[in-house]
Design a protein around this ligand. Structure first.
Ligand SMILES: Nc1ncnc2c1ncn2[C@@H]1O[C@H](COP(=O)(O)OP(=O)(O)OP(=O)(O)O)[C@@H](O)[C@H]1O
Length: 257
């Protein structure tokens, strides 16, 4: 099966004065509908990695290919190199990705339905039926007319999940999506995210510190870890697969048995 994300030797370096932080992704392939989790200690670059994947930051070197819905492969890394390519990034980002931030990121002046519809408006993919299906799937029917300030944190996160899926992106990128939730709500939100993504055939890449929570789902796991360097000002973090055997194309909703 053709991967939807195909990365080889991708890296980026951030510098601040004498300090340099390099993130290296030697290889990463994500299959359609696959669920991938990134873990790693604080400061090892989980957010940076998701920014690179989500076309929010330019890579320094390496190859980053993505497969579009029509099967065509696009060289996302090359887009950053020309003015014409950079102009294509915002619309492509809107079509390819759905984002679930740590805490909702909802627009306060739109109700639940309006917030969910936002990703469809941005990507010019209206689909009222899918919005209603997601509202039902995520248990948001009773609050669909409310604005975010009337919602619990868990409800807001469910709206954010629905919004990330409503425009049928190829991947959902979720950065610590359950960090603000209690364990019960966190497990429910994660199960709903994976379940709803299965129904729309969407791959999910998620970063999380919560190893116990990740353990309850079948995920392909990668870990970011620092590589020792003799120069204390030069920090390198590298992505490595953790449990190749846990890899599976997503087929069923909810926590793994
Ligand atoms: N301009 C910069 N110059 C050098 N290093 C930087 C710069 N900006 C960020 N960094 C470093 O990049 C690293 C990666 O940060 P990132 O937020 O991606 O880590 P993280 O794994 O998501 O952390 P956390 O789990 O605490 O959210 C950090 O070690 C940070 O110090």
């Amino acid at each position: 099966m053709q991967p939807v994300i195909d990365i080889d030797g991708l890296s980026v370096t951030l510098t601040s004065g004498a300090r340099g932080f390099t993130l290296e992704i030697p290889a990463l392939r994500v299959a359609p509908g696959e669920r991938v989790a990134f873990t790693g200690p604080s400061g090892t670059g989980k957010t940076l990695l998701l920014e690179l994947l989500g076309l929010l930051r330019a890579p320094g070197a390496g190859r980053y290919l993505a497969a579009l819905r029509d099967g065509a492969q696009t060289d996302l890394g090359a887009l950053w190199k020309t003015r014409r390519g950079r102009a294509q990034i915002p619309p492509l980002r809107g079509r390819l990705f759905g984002f679930v931030p740590q805490t909702g990121g909802l627009l306060p002046f739109l109700d639940v339905r309006g917030n969910i519809a936002l990703s469809q408006r941005i990507s010019a993919r209206p689909d009222a039926e899918l919005i209603e299906a997601l509202i039902g799937r995520l248990g948001l029917g009773p609050v669909a007319r409310l604005h975010p300030d009337r919602l619990s944190i868990g409800q807001r996160q469910r709206v954010s999940i629905a919004r990330a899926l409503a425009h049928r992106p190829r991947f959902v990128i979720a950065d610590e999506p359950t960090a603000a939730l209690d364990p019960e709500n966190a497990a429910e939100a994660m199960a709903l995210l994976f379940g709803a993504a299965d129904e729309t055939g969407t791959a999910v890449v998620v970063s999380s510190h919560d190893l116990e929570l990740l353990d309850s789902f079948a995920l392909t796991r990668y870990r970011l870890g620092l590589i020792p360097d003799t120069d204390p000002d030069r920090v390198t973090s590298q992505l490595a697969p953790l449990e190749a055997s846990a890899s599976r194309p997503a087929a069923t909703a909810g926590p793994a048995p």
